[in-house]
Design a protein around this ligand. Structure first.
Ligand code: NAP
Length: 418
């Protein structure tokens, strides 16, 4: 009996060397094909339907990994959980392409829509939006884990009050003679030194750049980060964040291994008259600080600019990163709205509450095709912000459910929450 040749499957995998374990892919996957253990995120070949929904939101591109395998012998999830790196691509002869197999072998659809994968993977972090049409072209993936850039710490300052519950730091990294070009809204990866409990290298952690493209100090080859020292896990149990504690403890002159940069979507527009509507919580302020500082430097030399409207949530002024410098910005430069959630004898206020209060002004911005919206910080705020947009649109003659997809498609709505 003559049978069809073995079917080759282009198996969807996750690169454990680049993955930052942010859980975005698992949350995004509509068919629950992605799962994880304490170390790795894996894709179940039997469930993955190649919808590509997970590709674009991945901040590092670890999700965009593929290997040709025999359809009847894909890498199992149990195997993937043991990997430290992706296996090499098996040569075609090892896959048995052309070998005859018995009838009854199930043919597996090959994902041949390569363009779709490429388009999705270049969409970068923060959802499916393309970058603003006038964004500068970002450099990405200049340094990887096998050849990181080595930066030198030139500053490490506490941003939160001495008696604040959180230790948030402004850390300045100098790249010396190494080329590490970044744009506002991009992220970099930090490789913490040492090994984990299993004797393996710690995986990379991503941080948003908090300084503008021309450096924390203009014309210097440096950038800054906004880092909160992690001392407990999501359930409030004591847990020392490996990368955040490493960064927060750094002293001037210390060396740091940096990879990246990453991000091709969450970028700011450059055309005159473009408005920024920025909504953030806690350290999600890092990219907003970069964008605001970029605009502030232009404002200082008298350039004519679009509007800046900021909604920023923190527990109290002492917990709000960059509180002092923010309060010194001129009102004609930025429309600032600070929401404090834990002030004594005051009701809890979140950014979404202020959005509603300023509904008319926010709607005016939404009606302007030069407005670009950025949302960054806690995952939980996304729902509240969307609800506020829905309500304020309704009250001002707009329909958020129609507007939202248009904004996304035009690269005017960017979300980066964890
Ligand atoms: P946080 O201090 O825990 O919270 C900041 C504020 O957000 C508090 O006032 C908090 O109020 C409030 N909040 C809590 N739940 C909310 C909700 N559902 N809607 C609106 N506001 C809410 O924040 P954080 O620890 O700094 O977290 C910042 C987030 O930004 C993290 O998830 C981090 O991963 C992410 N991020 C960081 C960077 C970076 O470069 N470091 C970049 C991008 C994103 P209460 O707690 O009082 O209720």
């Amino acid at each position: 009996m003559t049978a069809a040749p073995a079917t080759i499957l282009r198996q969807h995998l996750i690169d454990p060397e680049i993955c930052i374990r942010c859980n975005t892919c698992e949350e995004t996957c509509p068919v629950d094909a992605i799962s994880h253990d304490a170390r790795n995120y894996v894709v179940d070949a039997a469930k993955c339907n190649y919808c590509y929904d997970c590709i674009s939101p991945c901040p590092t591109g670890a999700i965009d990994s593929w290997r040709n395998v025999r359809a009847d012998a894909p890498h199992s999830t149990a195997d993937q959980l043991t990997w430290d790196s992706l296996p090499a691509q098996a040569p075609p002869e090892a896959l048995g392409a052309g070998i005859e197999v018995g009838a009854g072998n199930t043919a597996v659809e090959m994902p041949d829509d390569v363009e779709k994968i490429a388009a999705a993977s270049t969409a970068g972090q923060g959802g499916t939006a393309p970058p603003p049409w006038s964004a500068a072209h970002p450099y990405i993936n200049l340094y990887g884990i096998h050849a990181p850039a080595v930066a030198t710490v030139s500053g490490n300052f506490r941003l939160t009050a001495e008696d604040a519950s959180s230790d948030i730091r402004h850390i300045v990294l100098d790249f010396g003679n190494a080329s590490f070009p970044v744009l506002e809204g991009q992220t970099i990866g930090i490789l913490p030194p040492g090994l984990d409990a299993n004797g393996k290298a710690h995986h990379v952690r991503l941080y948003s750049v908090a300084s503008p493209r021309d450096g924390e100090r203009p014309k210097y080859n440096n950038l800054s980060l906004t880092v909160k020292r992690v001392t407990e896990d999501h359930d409030g149990k004591a847990a020392q964040g490996v990368a955040s504690n490493h960064l927060c403890d750094l002293k001037k002159g210390d060396k740091v291994n940096v990879i990246g940069p990453y991000g091709t979507s969450f970028l700011m527009p450059n055309h005159p008259g473009s408005h920024l509507l920025m909504i953030c919580t806690g350290t999600g302020s890092a990219p907003m600080r970069a964008m605001t500082e970029r605009r502030r430097r232009k404002f200082a030399v008298g350039e004519s600019l679009g509007k800046l409207m900021l909604f920023f949530g923190a527990r109290s002024p002492g917990e709000l990163p960059y509180f002092g410098p923010l309060t010194h910005l001129p009102r004609e430069f930025i429309d600032m709205n600070l929401a404090f959630s834990r002030l004594p004898d005051q009701p809890k206020r979140y950014v979404q509450d202020l959005l509603r209060e300023r509904g008319e002004d926010v709607a005016r911005l939404l009606k302007d095709e030069n407005t670009y919206i950025y949302l960054c910080g806690l995952k939980g705020m996304e729902k509240g912000v969307e609800e506020s947009f829905t309500a304020l649109c309704q009250a001002n003659g707009l329909d958020w459910s129609t507007l939202r997809p248009q904004l996304l498609q035009q690269g005017r709505y960017h979300v980066e929450t964890y």
